[in-house]
Design a binder for this molecule. Structure first.
Ligand code: PMT
Length: 419
């Protein structure tokens, strides 16, 4: 097995055994292999005899870049007891689709082909993605088998509800590849934030002018949602305070939806003192219309002047009280990136500032990537290259963990030298 890697590198170098049993959903699985390979995981596909009726091993050989194991006594496996050596190397075994038949075999410990033998010999976590006819799935035999396996520590993703290949509607559809992929990452990621409470803000705020108009900005919420998802899969209990976005809500996260800066202020201030860490990735409007017109403002005059008033500065308000909460702010700048970010670090009294020059292509608003410099209270800074917001989210969390443990170390040393 490979060593645990933090955050973004969850899948890099991991050895994943992907078992494919005989269901029509097997046709979706090459995409899963492609994603795993892209994430730099090593994938060894094992196909049952029935699986080969649905899709050719050559497809998996091509996408996994590895010979596919289709037989118990295959000539590729010579020197070692193959199913045992393979099982020993695995970081994770995924069975997708997992039919009622293989689930039953795993539950009773049958070992009559390469897949069932490998599963029995394996010590790594096992993830099942069941797929079958709704009546087979709801049958007490399958339900009991799944219960037995879950009690033994098997993970399960899905099945989902929907139209099934057999013509029936109901539960039995294999989970989508994206969901299986996410489950794999969740299982393999080190839970280095377990027991920690994070409050993360995301998205824009909307400051209403009249019933149909508001002032807002271009934040998509991608950066904040990536942070919420990354913290959640690393074991943190996450509360996401989000302005309006078009993004699907991250799983396993408590979501508080708000529209205005005032509402974001209330939600954040209410919760922040019970948090270990707060990350303000939201693009909070700095100003709002001084007055809200309950009726649509008519197009009567040639010029219209709108008076604006400042919104509350949420981060600065938290910085004032601070206490033991670790505060992370962002700085969205269009000039003098480092000087402005440094000033925000000081005036808002935060522990870490993520400075992004939002005029740079590939950085800031709406993009899938960002380019930032991390500025710490201790005066140190780290310039990061362009990377996906997902990867950056993990880098920011890594930095939070490192700074917190450094602060703990310093406190312990100071206490020791006093005594
Ligand atoms: O959502 P995306 O499309 O993915 O875009 C990501 C992002 C560009 C929004 C993100 O990377 C980012 O920079 N977020 C902070 C945007 C911002 O408001 O920056 P600022 O420099 O104006 O504010 C500094 C800090 O104070 C921020 O942490 C902000 O959340 C906070 N703030 C600002 C105003 C206010 N009234 N209250 C605040 O708490």
């Amino acid at each position: 097995m490979t060593a645990n890697l933090s955050g973004e590198n969850t899948l890099k170098g991991k050895s994943i055994i992907l078992g494919i049993s005989g269901g029509i959903a097997a046709y979706k699985v090459p995409e899963l292999v492609r994603k795993l390979r892209k994430a730099e995981a090593e994938v060894q596909v094992i196909m049952t005899k029935n699986a080969q009726e649905f899709i050719a091993p050559l497809t998996f050989q091509t996408v996994s870049n590895n010979p596919v194991i289709t037989e118990m006594f295959a000539p590729v496996m010579t020197s070692e007891v193959a199913h045992v050596s393979l099982a020993d190397k695995a970081d994770l075994v995924v069975v997708a689709p997992a039919t009622a038949n293989v689930i039953a075999k795993f539950a009773v410990g049958l070992a009559d082909d390469f897949l069932s033998t490998t599963v029995l010999a394996n010590k790594a976590p096992i993830l099942l993605a069941p797929a079958m006819n709704v009546n087979m799935y709801t049958n007490p035999a399958t339900q009991e088998n799944l219960e037995v396996l879950k009690k033994r520590g098997f993970y399960c993703v899905g099945p989902g509800k929907g139209e099934l290949a057999c013509g029936w509607e109901g539960k039995g559809r294999m989970s989508e590849v994206e969901e299986i992929f996410r489950s794999i990452k969740t299982i393999l990621v080190p839970k280095d934030l377990k027991g920690k409470k994070f409050l993360i803000t995301a998205g824009p705020t909307q400051e209403p002018l009249d019933p149909i108009r508001f002032i807002t900005n271009r934040s998509s919420g991608k950066m904040g949602y990536a942070l919420a998802e990354a913290a959640q899969i690393r074991g943190a209990e996450v509360t996401l305070v989000t302005g309006p976005t078009q993004l699907p809500l991250p799983r396993g996260v408590k979501v508080i939806s708000v529209d205005t800066a005032g509402q974001m202020y209330d939600a954040t201030i209410k919760h922040y003192q019970s948090m270990d860490t707060v990350i303000m990735a939201a693009a909070v409007a700095d100003y709002r219309p001084a007055e809200f017109s309950p009726k649509k403002i008519k197009k009567e005059k040639n010029n219209l002047t709108i008076a604006l008033v400042k919104t509350p500065d949420i981060l600065a308000a938290m910085g004032k009280k601070k206490g033991t909460v670790f505060l992370v702010g962002f700085a969205a700048e269009t000039e003098d990136l480092l000087a402005n970010a440094q000033q925000k670090l000081q005036t808002k009294n935060v522990d870490l500032i993520v400075a992004n020059d939002v005029t740079q292509p590939g950085a800031g608003f709406e993009t899938n990537t960002n380019i930032v410099t991390l500025l710490c209270r201790n005066g140190k800074s780290e310039k990061l290259p362009q990377m996906s917001k997902e990867l950056l989210a993990h880098k920011i969390l890594d930095k939070v963990i490192a700074l917190q443990s450094e602060a703990r170390r310093q406190k312990t040393e100071a206490r020791r030298s006093r005594n």
